[in-house]
Design a protein around this ligand. Structure first.
Ligand code: ASP
Ligand code: MG
Length: 404
């Protein structure tokens, strides 16, 4: 008997009719002779609505209470799905994150899963039940409810699959797989049959919304066979797998864009050892994740550093930067939210040269100014004006996928 973890996103559970459709998909797996654990998101739009309610109470709502609030969205869907399954004659039971021991760090709104106590899930599976688990939420060491960051239900699913050593984790969503670019931006984007963990991780961290980035980290670390499939039709989807050498034959796997980062620039700081360390230590202590970092070459004893943070961390980051400006005697700190980051990702870059040159050439031809550049072994990212982001993705997609 195989153990399958299925995850259904917000659109897939968007209304009672759709939840009934999910119940039928779950039953199919069960009738095929499998044990099934289902992880669900809140109904689409629900999390935004709950956040909106909190913001009506305060401009700066308590993070603990925000997590208390937004975690309720998933509680609604687990109950509805369990009710639907039972109604169709299949025994099922729903659990909140804390009821099945999903222990996390205490970073509200972006907690990380530490471990999962699978005892209760196993017991219910052994009783022949379908187990329905709330995505996106957990509990910290003090018993507070935490959430994993937007889109975090994917991570719950993969972490549950890893903890249970499941045979497969299927992520059901409103698209039928991972595409070479967001099909809403690039209509002729193509579905990928498979993609490596590393590429998927880069794409997910750089703005592709198909999978939550931490879910890919779990899949990679614990070797969970992961598949992205559509809730609405029966296509093969995309497999996320270990890298193999034939993958390097494909130069580029995908292009992603990220619109929710803000650039922070601190100028006129002393050009001496320890300055970068003091800046990024303070940001890390405040649990602020930094994405791109660029330091310019020092000149006359001064230097400047630019980096990007996610916009939901901006208020927090501003507080840290104020203290730092005073401490370092920095001349100026500025913020720019009008940027996007566009990234080109592919393991083929490890063996083929000239990808960076082609990216820059294409942007030059389109008169798109590059404001920051960063690279990894399998990725090239550029910061550009936000209003040029779609055009940039379209141009690069054409360059790498259509003229190839
Ligand atoms: N409901 C949460 C969100 O909207 C988590 C998820 O959908 O994965 O971000
Ligand atoms: Mg999602």
């Amino acid at each position: 008997m195989a153990l399958i973890v299925q995850k259904f996103g917000g659109t897939s559970v968007g209304n009672p009719e759709r939840i009934k459709n999910v119940a039928r998909k779950v039953i199919q797996e069960k009738l095929a002779g499998n044990q099934v654990v289902v992880v669900v998101s809140a109904m689409s739009g629900q999390t935004d609505q709950l956040i909106g309610l909190c913001k009506q109470m305060s401009d700066n709502p308590s993070k603990r209470e925000m997590d208390m609030m937004v975690s309720t969205g998933e509680q609604v869907t687990i109950a509805l799905l369990a009710i639907g399954l039972i109604d169709l004659g299949h025994d099922a039971i729903s659990y909140n994150g804390w009821q099945v021991g999903i222990r996390t760090t205490d970073e509200y709104s972006k907690a990380k899963i530490l471990d999962i106590d699978t005892k209760r899930i196993r017991e219910s599976l052994d009783e022949g039940k379908v187990v329905v688990v709330a995505g996106f939420q957990g509990i910290d060491h003090k018993g507070n409810i935490t959430t994993l960051g937007r889109g975090g239900s994917d991570t719950t699913a993969v972490a549950v699959a890893a903890a249970l050593r499941a045979d497969r984790c299927d992520i059901y969503t409103d698209v039928d797989g991972v595409y070479t670019a967001d099909p809403r931006v690039v209509p002729d984007a193509k579905r990928l049959d498979k993609i490596s963990h590393d590429e998927m991780l880069e794409l997910a961290s750089m703005g592709s919304k198909v999978l939550h980035d931490r879910s890919v980290i779990f899949a990679m670390k614990y070797n969970v066979p992961l598949r992205v499939v559509s809730s609405f039709d029966d296509g093969p989807g995309t497999l996320i797998v270990k890298e193999s050498s034939e993958m390097e034959d494909v130069l580029i796997s995908g292009i992603a864009k990220k619109d929710n980062e803000v650039r922070v620039n601190i100028a006129g700081i002393p050009d001496k050892p320890g300055v970068a360390s003091s800046i990024f230590k303070k940001l890390a202590d405040a649990n602020i994740n930094v994405n791109m970092i660029i330091q310019s070459v020092g000149f006359e004893g001064e230097s400047q550093i630019s980096f990007t943070v996610i916009n939901t961390d901006l208020d927090e980051a501003k507080k840290v930067m104020e203290t730092l400006q005073a401490e370092l005697g920095a001349k100026n700190v500025s913020y720019d939210a009008d940027i996007s980051i566009v990234s080109v990702v592919g393991v083929g870059m490890k063996v083929y040269s000239g990808v960076a040159a082609a990216v820059f050439d294409e942007l030059a031809k389109n008169s798109i100014n590059i404001e920051m550049i960063s690279t990894s072994e399998i990725k090239i990212s550029v910061v550009i004006r936000k209003n040029l982001a779609e055009k940039t993705v379209q141009a690069l997609h054409k360059r790498f996928f259509l003229n190839a």
